[in-house]
Design a protein around this ligand. Structure first.
Ligand SMILES: [Zn+2]
Length: 323
């Protein structure tokens, strides 16, 4: 490592100590050097963070296993093995790394210079390392499409579904035209639904209920009750999601931009990974989607009148695919 690299590692260590109270112990110095070098090149992703940690934790574990006389050996082996087991899993959420790290570092009131305490704290600091290297600010600005619930990354007011059709173009697909004009017509009803759902969310404290539903893994019943149109929409697209992949699946199914390619597609995938940790943003996404789908179902029912099956959400949701 050259002297610039060393200076960078030192200021990263100092920043993590000052801002997050993290205490570096010698055992983890090579790990921090590695993370620092990766983050200097680009934002750390949970998958790389996990693999890097796993590598160094595994190395330390092997070293300690070989030191028969170490007084603290059984405890260190047990704790490092449990860290290794977690890091060998498939978990990719920063929030879960932090939670796991806390459970490692809070098992007793040990000194901060304990290597397990230090590792536990470091497990929560992936996003902080990104902030130190300026990656937090480099994330694209995100906002909702003015006409629906999908996220627009970067410039522009509308998602791909609701792009303003260019005047006089014949190449524009009817899909895009319908999407835009339908969205425009639906806008007043969509906004009414947003207002009604927001006021219900305040009155019934749905935001905290939502967090709780995630914590205790009861997302499906919550959605069925409070976001029935969204639930139906997701099931029709990707089947009934469940288990650990519930949130990523929901996000991908709703914020679907399958027409994006190359760098935009990667940016969208990165964005979705970050979104999993941002329960407030996911709540807002679900609320807007429910408002839109509810408004659209209402509108179609009014058109459909006495048509058989009118008013059934399943029918309405099926017809959205043709937008
Ligand atoms: Zn849109």
């Amino acid at each position: 490592m050259n002297s610039t690299g060393k200076r960078q590692v030192n200021s990263l260590v100092f920043y993590l100590y000052k801002a997050h109270g993290w205490w570096l112990v010698n055992e983890w110095y090579p790990l921090v050097v590695d993370l620092s070098e990766q983050a200097a090149k680009g934002a750390l992703r949970p998958v790389h963070f996990r693999l890097t940690l796993k590598k160094y934790v595994g190395e330390l574990l092997a070293k300690i296993e070989a030191m028969a006389d170490l007084p603290d050996r059984p405890r260190l082996i047990a704790e490092l093995s449990s860290a290794c087991a977690f890091l060998s899993g498939r978990e990719l959420r920063w929030a879960t790394f932090a939670k796991q790290g806390r459970s490692l570092s809070c098992t007793s009131n040990r000194s901060p210079s304990d290597s397990i305490v230090s590792l536990g704290q470091l497990m929560a600091l992936g996003p902080a390392i990104n902030v130190f290297y300026g990656h937090g600010a480099a994330l694209p600005a995100r906002k909702f499409c003015a006409l629906c619930w999908r996220y627009v990354l970067g410039a522009g007011k509308h998602c791909r579904e609701h792009r303003v059709p260019a005047v006089g173009t014949t190449g524009q697909s009817s899909q895009a035209r319908d999407g835009y004009w339908f969205g425009r017509k639906l806008s007043p009803q969509f906004n009414d639904h947003i207002r009604a759902l927001s006021s219900q969310a305040r009155k019934e404290k749905l935001r905290s209920q939502w967090r709780e539903a995630i914590e205790i893994v009861r997302v499906a019943p919550w959605l069925e009750r409070y976001r029935p149109h969204v639930w139906q929409f997701v099931i029709e697209r990707v089947g009934r999601p469940g288990g650990a992949f519930m949130l990523p699946t929901l996000i991908r199914a709703l914020d679907d931009h399958s027409l994006e390619i190359g760098e935009m597609r990667e940016q969208r995938a990165d964005f979705h990974r970050d979104l999993v940790d941002d329960l407030t943003a996911v709540f807002d996404l679900l609320l807007r989607a429910e408002a839109w789908l509810g408004a659209a179902a209402e509108r179609r029912d009014n058109w459909g009148g006495g048509r058989a099956g009118a008013g059934r959400p399943a029918k309405a949701a099926a017809s959205f695919r043709q937008l």
